[in-house]
Design a protein. Structure first.
Ligand code: ADE
Length: 258
């Protein structure tokens, strides 16, 4: 996968992306990062890239020429997807990360100031993507978020492929809690079952924990899972209810003792 990023802040992208897991994958050549500084393509004598907005309005807008020339410098194929990061785009999801991970190459366009002149967006952009319902100061952080999650879906990027195979089995459920050493820290113990060595029981326990947490924090995802896995769900329903009652009692006891 080659990630191309059109941006006014290439160092920001490089400094974050070329570290840790994605940095290692780039060193190994599994993924590649190519940043293009839009300002380098400005034909203005002061290298200006933004101007006032026609019709009025606060702030400045990036004008088309430098953006378009920066894009052309990549000699893009007509099939390459060009992703514009904008709060007005389609909300990014794990499924989209998996889809993008299948591409050989992607181009990200990061806007700044009040955004980019619509004409160049119409000319080059294939996908408008938002990372959530809030407004950031530019597209660089959303671009990094997307590249990070897409990279994880590319075989060989994570240390062991297992990490995301497991996530797909637990599809759309939130993660179960995990513990490392020591088995007792302060007054808190690691759940006994995790020390038992009984892998079947451990798997069951983890799935139940995932379901419990998902039900509490993301009931929408819980309902989806129940619909997608009716056979599992029927089997687990009683057990989950019992576990929930037990937890509730324990919580009430804990609060009473405080
Ligand atoms: N640019 C500014 N805010 C954004 C967001 N939430 N998602 C994507 N791009 C953005």
């Amino acid at each position: 996968m080659k990630f191309n990023v059109l941006t006014l802040f290439p160092e920001l992208i490089e400094n974050v992306f070329l570290n840790s897991i994605t940095g290692r994958a780039a060193d190994k050549g599994i993924i590649e990062l190519n940043t293009v500084n839009i300002r380098d393509y400005s034909k203005d004598k002061h290298k200006k890239v933004d101007d006032y907005i026609y019709g009025g309005g606060a702030g400045m807008l990036m004008f088309p020429q430098p953006v378009y020339d920066a894009y052309l410098s990549l000699k893009p194929k007509s099939t390459t997807r060009v992703i514009y990061l904008t709060p007005g785009g389609k909300t990014f999801t794990q499924d989209m990360a998996k889809e993008y991970a299948k591409e050989e190459e992607l181009i990200f366009l990061c806007g700044h100031y009040e955004g980019i002149d619509e004409r160049v967006i119409d000319k080059i952009v294939t996908d408008k993507v938002s990372i959530g319902d809030y407004v950031l100061t530019g597209g660089e952080i959303p671009c990094l978020v997307m590249m990070d999650s897409i990279s994880r879906m590319i075989p060989g990027v994570l240390g062991n492929n297992e990490s995301f195979v497991e996530e797909s089995f637990y599809d759309n459920l939130l993660e179960y809690p995990q513990y490392s050493r020591p088995d007792k820290w302060m007054d808190m113990e690691v759940p006994k079952i995790l020390l038992s060595g009984d892998h079947k029981k451990i798997e069951e326990y983890r799935l139940e924990e995932s379901l419990r947490i998902t039900k509490e924090l993301r009931p929408d995802l819980y309902d989806k899972w129940a619909k997608d896995h009716p056979e599992y769900f029927e089997k687990l329903k009683k057990k989950l209810k019992k576990a929930e009652e037990k937890r509730r009692k324990e919580e009430a006891k804990r609060l009473a003792n405080k």
